[in-house]
Design a protein around this ligand. Structure first.
Ligand SMILES: *Cc1c(COP(=O)(O)O)cnc(C)c1O
Length: 365
């Protein structure tokens, strides 16, 4: 891959980074390499240890976050690799509102006696800091999925590092275009690349990005090792699709964020809506509707345009009632609908939201 011009801005990085060095007749795009093995004595040996198709995504993501990226088979594989950095019996401080997969991962590790987990509301900075004594890791997710709570990353990171804890931040919701946790003191950023980065609801992939520090480099080597031995490697096709998807990240996010701001304001004025959670940036909204869980289900079902599906960060607007999953933490209200705002014409999305609220349980009562 070519040397990057260090001066470029993120919206240029996503377009220009991770391409073959230009030369007459050379493809603009890196090819997809389907290979379990490579002829001996070169840079590539075996498909579980390396594949050139992983590199464009790692290069782009590393540049965007300001660190070194390690691509994994999924966001949860990246989270699992990160948790594996802890010694047996270590203590983790983690957000009560963490993504349910991370919640279950840590809960099960705790139940098996491998870790101690102190769950704290990470928007409560004082409570989180008070829990840090003796902790080996602080896990941050901001905004959280699905409550959209925000953490004070610089303050928490400083407090954690003063106490010797490694600082991890799940940056899936904000993306590095809106928030760069490594610049705010985090040691490792975790991503579900399945979401905004790839952006088309067509693949599952994850990544860790480590800080350009001694601690970061140490973690990076261990994460690469975990990928090699754990075997949760990205498929070449997924990696290639992610590189293709990330090219449009800046324009997708800009449009989706603009749509989200419009929708959040309109939702707040609808009588069927009790509460709108919207952090003021990004393209995720959570609404609590009238009529409880039944009402929220009815609203979701009434959609004609909006996709009734889980996941987020795709070009299409999606929504779902989170508590339909048994694994969803009890802290998520029954009547909460998570909306991942897409890049459609916002008038059409609002028309569908409004008719669904009118048709479903979200009517005044
Ligand atoms: C989806 C998600 C994950 C898990 O990622 P997968 O790619 O589905 O494994 C982790 N964290 C957050 C915040 C997510 O939204």
């Amino acid at each position: 891959m070519e040397d990057r011009d260090p001066g470029v801005r993120p919206a240029t990085t996503v377009v220009c980074r991770g391409r073959p060095a230009p030369a007459p007749g050379v493809s603009l795009n890196a090819p997809v390499t389907f290979a379990s093995t490579f002829t001996a004595d070169g840079d590539y040996v075996y498909g579980r240890s390396e594949n050139p198709t992983w590199e464009p995504v790692e290069d782009i993501l590393g540049d965007l976050e300001g660190g070194a990226a390690v691509l994994f088979a999924s966001g949860m594989a990246a989270a699992t690799a990160t948790v594996s950095l802890l010694d047996a019996g270590a203590t983790v401080v983690a957000p009560t509102g963490a993504y349910n997969g991370v919640h279950e991962l840590l809960d099960e590790a705790a139940a098996a006696g491998r870790l101690t987990v102190r769950w704290r509301d990470s928007s409560d900075t004082a409570a989180t800091i008070a829990a840090l004594d003796g902790a080996a890791m602080l896990w941050i997710e901001s905004p959280t999925n699905p409550l959209l709570d925000l953490a004070d990353i610089p303050v928490l990171a400083t407090a954690a590092r003063e106490r010797g804890a490694i600082v991890v931040c799940d940056n899936t919701f904000a993306t590095p275009l809106l928030q760069r946790p490594l610049h705010e003191g985090a040691d490792i950023v975790v991503h579900s690349v399945s979401k905004y980065l790839s952006g088309h609801s067509d693949l599952v992939l994850g990544a860790c990005v480590t800080a350009p520090t001694e601690r970061g480099r140490e973690a990076h080597a261990k994460l690469v090792r975990h990928r090699l031995l754990g075997g949760a490697i990205p498929g070449p096709m997924e990696a290639w699709l992610a590189a293709r998807g990330i090219r449009t990240l800046a324009v997708r996010l800009e449009r989706a964020s603009r749509n989200a701001a419009v929708l959040a304001a309109l939702l707040a004025g609808h009588p069927g809506v009790q509460r709108v959670r919207y952090p003021g940036f990004g393209a995720m909204i959570a609404v609590e509707v009238r009529g409880g869980g039944v009402g929220a289900d009815a609203v979701c079902q009434a959609a004609r345009l909006i996709s009734r599906s889980t996941s987020l960060g795709g070009v299409e607007t999606q929504w779902e009632r989170r508590r339909r999953y048994a694994a969803e933490p009890q802290t998520t209200p029954e009547n909460l609908i998570r909306i991942s705002v897409g890049i459609e014409d916002v008038e059409d999305v609002w028309a569908d939201v409004r008719q669904a609220l009118d048709a479903g349980g979200g009517t005044p009562g």
